[in-house]
Design a protein around this ligand. Structure first.
Ligand code: GTP
Ligand code: MG
Length: 344
């Protein structure tokens, strides 16, 4: 596309949390709301990621945001698996992220992968908010589809409000035990110093407007300087997964966090031994609104720009490694690019 080269890069938002706490459901809800808004085509499915453009984010957030306050193109959400065996994938996702959402089931509270995610966020100094999910499961909950949290909270009985408050304060207490000063998001002034907790339901959409509004505010306020980078130069990314793909052989799923990658680019990928120098054979994107992790049919695209998730098919990828750097050569000196990949 022909974006202004000085335009802001799409912030990368990692969604982290314990298994079954609702990460994928939350992203499904955001995608589903866009479908209801009649904007299904505007949401692009990426490999392991979902791109939501600004106008969709603000239409879901409704009165909670004024789109004129923002000049970000939107948000790129990276889903991560909560299962304990996926530690490396989670830490890659977490380390790549500009900001993150930590999903915690209000019934289940803090669990091993919640703590692991907090460690990743602490080490990578990634600003994050907590989505206190499944508020609709509080006994007696009276749901209002897609409502901002304040309105739906006010319509609950005292007993239901009290029960939810207890669960939320438990989460705030757990965060404090881990050394994070946290509070309900509407009481947080500085989201870099304090962690905002947003009560949500991925099932009913309650609180999702608030979650998106807070994410927009957080990225716009604190990430701006880092986002003002060239989004048209040779691409730079990280391998999330190496996968065998029928008809394409070994492929790499990458998150591109800077620049562009084109279907005829030469690339250098970190390998188990030496960097792999190879030519892109195809850039593959899942078809719109198909389930990303199980999707087996792809659309070939000519070019993508950061931030994006994309599957790259190329010869010689057998030695590629999850977590390895990927760099596009284009008009740069090959030896320089190889040295950069070696040094990472
Ligand atoms: P992993 O990817 O396996 O780590 O799990 P996940 O965090 O992506 O959880 P997922 O979205 O798959 O949800 C797990 C289960 O919780 C599913 O049965 C969802 O339907 C259910 N669930 C998720 N969010 C909510 C919610 O807000 N309310 C209710 N009632 N159920 C929910
Ligand atoms: Mg999931």
């Amino acid at each position: 596309d022909s974006r202004d080269p000085t335009s802001l890069r799409t912030p990368i938002v990692a969604v982290l949390g314990h298994v079954d706490h609702g990460k994928t459901s939350l992203l499904d809800k955001i995608r589903g709301s866009a479908v209801i808004e009649g904007e299904a085509g505007a949401i692009t499915q990426h490999i392991g990621a979902t791109a939501v453009p600004l106008d969709i984010v603000s239409s879901i957030a409704g009165d909670l945001v004024d789109p004129d306050d923002f000049d970000l193109p939107g948000l790129l959400f990276i889903d991560t698996p909560g299962h304990h065996s996926f530690t490396t994938l989670r830490s890659r996702g977490g380390a790549l992220a500009d900001i993150a959402i930590l999903v915690v089931d209000v019934n289940d509270g803090f669990q091993p992968q919640t703590l692991e995610a907090l460690d990743i966020l602490r080490r990578s100094e990634t600003p994050f908010i907590v989505a206190a999910n499944k508020i609709d499961t509080v006994p007696g909950w009276d749901e209002t589809e897609d409502s901002p949290i304040n309105a739906t909270y006010e319509s609950q009985t005292d007993r239901v409000q009290g029960r939810l408050d207890e669960q939320l304060y438990e989460i705030i207490g757990n965060l404090s035990d881990e050394g994070f000063s946290a509070d309900l998001y509407w009481r947080v002034q500085n989201f870099q110093r304090n962690v905002g907790v947003v009560p949500v339901s991925a099932m009913t959409g309650e609180g999702v407007p608030d979650l998106l509004a807070v994410m927009m505010g957080l990225s716009q306020r604190y990430m701006k300087e880092e986002m003002e980078i060239d989004v048209t130069g040779p691409g730079v990314g990280t391998v999330l997964e190496v996968k065998e793909e029928k008809g394409f052989g070994k492929t790499v799923d990458i998150v591109l966090y800077d620049g562009t990658i084109k279907a005829d680019d030469k690339i250098v990928v970190g390998g188990q031994n030496d960097p792999i120098v190879t030519d892109v054979r195809a850039l593959l994107q899942p078809r719109p609104l198909a389930e990303i992790r199980t999707e087996s049919r792809f659309e070939k695209v000519d070019e993508v720009s950061a931030a994006a998730g994309i599957k790259v098919a190329a010869p010689e990828l057998g030695d590629a490694m999850a977590g390895a750097p990927v760099r596009v050569v284009r008009d740069r000196d090959l030896e320089d690019v190889v040295r950069e990949v070696e040094a990472e």
